[in-house]
Design a protein around this ligand. Structure first.
Ligand code: 13P
Ligand code: SF4
Length: 460
């Protein structure tokens, strides 16, 4: 299967194109920010905001990598010229380079990707090309770090725009998590001591959407990484070894998954890093089963129960599928919730004539709508509002990093230090080894695919 569109449908599906039509008054609809009409380089050197799109209100933490100025010729080039330059550079580089494109990338970038998929699939896709000198990751910073963790030391992982972070990932930094851990030690005592059942007081679990430093943290403290596809299996693994879980950075994925496992909401206190004991009492923390970090995705929190109700009125028989980063009431009101890969597979498997309202990033939803014209597919949120940081990978940056490679220069390399990489790989390996307990019934709701379900990488 391919998610790359032929030229005509690509134009129709392109979020850039939708935004241009809305901004020029040629199409109905609205965007979440008029800033979307501006070029990305106007924001990338700016002081505080993430840029146009859903997470524009989130503040970039100091110390985040910032993109340097892009040479002028890339800013002034037309779309067609950039397209041709990217193709020419890729043709020159041949097997020396592999370009990875996340599902949330704009079509003008995805069309050049050798692999299109979710964050974990793409990191694995890089493993299939050990001879490529460079892995150009069209996604966000934590994804490029994960690719660096899994690739060979000789391979350079390149993020075309260093300002493409993830506002949710940045909501949990190493210093705050270390401080949290020390406070939990005050409440629970020795965090390595086991009870009669052999369980430690708390197991840390980090979502894939987090820095390599946090993956290293959980690796050092007996914890592991999860993705939106295997969060349930990972929590079950953790509950076998710990009395409770510290889950970061996404409160919604943690809450939705723990609730599906039967954990009562009152045993899921939130950890606000700006407050003493995260804002809970010691008794509440002693009673806790899952401590949820106060993080969220600005894209997925835009989806509401009212949007679902409206979709059901306007489209009787509609199937509503949302990403588990959506707030709990939205996941509860949907017909199914699952990772980006789950959403793609559900649409692929549906009989012709199905109608879907999808609660995830608009680039993926519009691409699926163009790819599967036999269905009616629309975004739950009628406002065109891409993930602002994914949107920072403009074709101009892709052309630049590729042409630099042609000239023998590696720019924007993402490197994880050995000190961090070693425990981070342990956390990833634990995730890969985690299996659902034999006593657990197979999950069929789509709210969580089994950990060992096939995770096919989509080759473009
Ligand atoms: P995936 O892990 O499904 O690629 O999701 C990444 C992401 O950023 C979701 O918001
Ligand atoms: Fe991060 Fe949300 Fe964008 Fe995914 S969609 S990269 S979680 S801000």
């Amino acid at each position: 299967m391919t998610l790359v569109q032929p030229a005509d449908t690509r134009l129709a599906a392109s979020v850039d194109r939708s935004i241009q039509l809305i901004q020029t008054g040629k199409a109905a609809g609205s965007t979440c920010s008029p800033d979307l009409a501006k070029g990305p380089w106007e924001f990338d050197a700016g002081p505080v905001a993430y840029g146009p799109g859903s997470s524009m209100g989130d503040v970039i933490p100091t110390g985040s990598p910032r993109q340097g100025a892009l040479p002028e010729s890339y800013k002034t080039a037309s779309d067609a010229e950039l397209h041709d330059r990217i193709r020419a550079a890729k043709a020159t580089l041949g097997e020396r380079v592999v370009v990875l494109g996340h599902f949330y990338q704009r079509d003008e970038v995805v069309e050049h990707a050798d692999f299109v998929g979710d964050s974990f699939q793409l990191a694995n896709a890089a493993l299939t090309r050990p001879d490529a000198e460079a892995i150009v990751f069209c996604g966000v910073h934590f994804m490029a770090e994960t690719a660096d963790l899994l690739s060979t030391p000789d391979q350079a992982v390149i993020l075309p725009n260093l300002a493409a972070g993830c506002s949710m990932a940045d909501m949990a930094d190493e210093e705050s998590v270390e401080a949290c851990w020390a406070e939990l030690e005050d409440v629970y005592g020795d965090l390595t001591a086991t009870d009669a059942a052999g369980r430690v007081p708390v197991i840390p679990v980090t979502y894939m959407n987090s820095s390599a430093a946090l993956k290293g943290f959980v690796g050092r403290h007996g914890g592991l990484v999860c993705t939106s596809s295997n969060a349930r299996t990972v929590l079950e693994w953790a509950f076998e070894r710990g009395q409770r879980v510290l889950f970061f950075p996404d409160q919604h994925l943690g809450r939705n998954t723990a609730k599906a496992l039967g954990v009562p909401l009152e045993q899921m206190p939130m950890w606000n890093p700006r407050r003493a004991l995260g804002g809970s009492s010691a008794d509440e923390l002693l009673d806790a089963r899952v401590i949820l970090w106060h993080g969220f995705c600005s894209v997925h929190r835009r989806f509401t129960v009212d949007q679902i109700a409206q979709a059901r009125i306007d489209h009787p028989g509609v199937q509503v599928i949302v990403h588990p980063e959506c707030p709990m009431p939205v996941v509860d009101a949907a017909d199914a919730a699952g990772s980006t890969d789950f959403i793609v597979k559900a649409i692929q498997a549906a009989p012709a004539g199905s109608t879907f309202a999808i609660g995830t990033e608009i680039n993926l939803v519009q691409r699926l709508a163009a790819e599967y014209p036999q269905h009616e597919i629309f975004c739950l949120d009628p406002v065109v509002c891409p993930c602002s940081t994914m949107y920072r990978i403009h074709p101009g940056y892709l052309a630049w990093v590729l042409e630099e490679l042609v000239a023998g220069r590696v720019v924007n390399r993402i490197t994880v230090s050995d000190e961090v990489a070693e425990p981070a790989r342990v956390a990833l390996e634990r995730m890969l080894a985690a299996k659902p307990p034999a006593s657990v019934a197979p999950v069929d709701s789509g709210r969580d695919a089994p950990a060992d379900a096939p995770r096919s990488t989509v080759e473009a």
